[in-house]
Ligand binder design. Structure first.
Ligand SMILES: [Mn+2]
Length: 433
């Protein structure tokens, strides 16, 4: 597979920014660790972002002081024995042809080559657990008495770069999101006939994999009935009742980029009055959050906008009481929605963000090119003793993926149904039990 030429030139630009951020320093970036046990290897995000190289066992070295070798890739050489048992490798020659690097060496030369370069330098380096080249690097750094740092410099630059998505990145994310939406629709259509949560998990994965997906953004959450009150439920082994809500929070990856969408639907194809009332409240809260996404707003401002709509709705059902300001200030709504409205989305599902975007008093404002999720919810467990029984043991979450644009936002998952009538029609269009 040859690298997309847009990506190739984009990688060169990214590498240049990293080199500029280094001054006279060096960055050693190891590839991701192989999966423990069974599993498909997925490249570490930063390594992928700066090299595009998909194999484990590799190391990239960024060194602005080496004229003709600013960016060097160390990769596994082709080895017939390994290829008989452990899979195929790209090898040094082809890596040099296909991936942007000034020079590609056999990774066995790592120690020799690095030794010449690191003496007396400031080295940026983050060790990766279970990555076998790390042992070589660690030993060398130790022998030469070289101190390393894993914060600041190129690592700060990486955060700034990764949080703003390029046209190429958005193309990958759109594909991941479109496929994920189609898979959510497939699950809704299978809702009436599925008897166990894992059947819908299989439906989701089947819809994704038959569309070319090889990796998922995270383990799918398929939660029927009261299971949906646990925000990160992953067992997916419970039965699905006839009149229950099913919450599915799942996402495909496309060329390493994530989608992260949640939909909640009634397995009967018709919301009960209570389910519908609660669903409409979460939906109104979600839409208010999405509508408010724009450059110049802070994540916490968005959270409060959604929280106020949620609080007003729960007041109308007698679940919360008092003034909306009071409910927000006292965090009373957090009994039913303990989560955060947004997170960044990209190569990782809870993608990196520079520090000033994170936390309650985060000062930084959204900027065009950021992609965030918007995902309010309502979760009522037994400890919510103050509410009437009919509202208990219900979990509802609706989550879209939203791009911040110059003049506002674009909801990237707009095609995935969420209006009551559309969700009901989608479920009803599936086969019976
Ligand atoms: Mn999410």
């Amino acid at each position: 597979m040859n690298m997309n030429s847009d990506l190739f030139s984009e990688l060169k630009v990214r590498q240049k920014r990293i080199l500029e951020s280094l001054g006279n320093d060096v960055l050693i970036l190891p590839a991701g660790a192989p999966p423990s046990g069974v599993g498909l290897f997925l490249q570490a995000d930063d390594f992928h972002y700066l090299t595009g190289f998909p194999e484990e066992g590799a190391v990239a070295v960024f060194d602005p002081t080496q004229e003709s070798e600013n960016v060097v890739l160390f990769v596994k050489e082709k080895n017939q024995q390994e290829e008989v048992w452990q899979g195929f490798t790209i090898g040094v020659r082809k890596a040099g042809e296909r991936f942007p690097a000034d020079k590609v060496y056999n990774v066995q030369l790592l120690e020799l080559k690095l030794k010449e370069r690191l003496k007396g330098r400031t080295v940026y380096y983050k060790s990766v657990q279970n990555q076998r080249q790390n042992a070589v690097i660690d030993k060398l750094l130790d022998q030469e008495g070289i101190e390393t740092t894993d914060v600041g410099g190129p690592f700060d630059e990486l955060l700034e770069m990764r949080v703003i998505k390029s046209a190429y990145e958005l193309e990958q994310m759109r594909r991941a999101i479109d496929i994920t939406g189609e898979a959510h629709h497939a699950c809704m259509r299978a809702g009436k006939s599925a008897r166990f949560e894992y059947q819908l998990e299989a439906e989701f994965e089947y819809a994704c994999k038959t569309r070319g997906v090889r990796h998922f953004a995270f383990g799918s959450i398929v939660a029927a009935g009261a299971h949906a009150t646990c925000q990160h439920y992953v067992e997916n082994n419970g039965p699905i009742g006839k009149d229950e809500l099913v919450l599915i929070d799942a996402g495909a990856k496309w060329n390493n980029y994530c989608a992260d969408l949640t939909r909640t639907f009634p397995t009967s194809g018709k919301f009960t009055p209570v389910q519908r009332d609660l669903y409409e409240i979460v939906l109104a809260s979600e839409k208010a959050g999405v509508e408010a996404v724009a450059p110049g707003i802070r994540l916490m401002d968005l959270h409060i906008i959604s929280a106020r709509v949620l609080a007003d709705g729960l007041k109308s059902l007698g679940i919360l009481h008092g003034s909306t300001d009071g409910i927000i200030e006292s965090n009373a709504y957090r009994d039913f929605w303990p989560g955060a409205l947004c997170h960044s989305l990209g190569l990782y599902v809870h993608d990196v963000m520079p520090p000033l975007f994170r936390g309650l008093d985060a000062e930084r404002k959204l900027e065009p090119g950021m992609v965030i999720t918007v995902e309010p919810g309502f979760y009522s467990q037994d400890f919510n003793y103050q509410i009437s029984e009919e509202f208990k043991h219900i979990g509802i979450r609706i989550e879209d993926d939203v791009l911040v644009t110059e003049d506002g936002h674009e909801n990237l998952s707009i095609a995935t149904v969420k209006e009551v009538a559309d969700v009901e029609a989608m479920v009803q269009s599936g086969a019976e039990k």
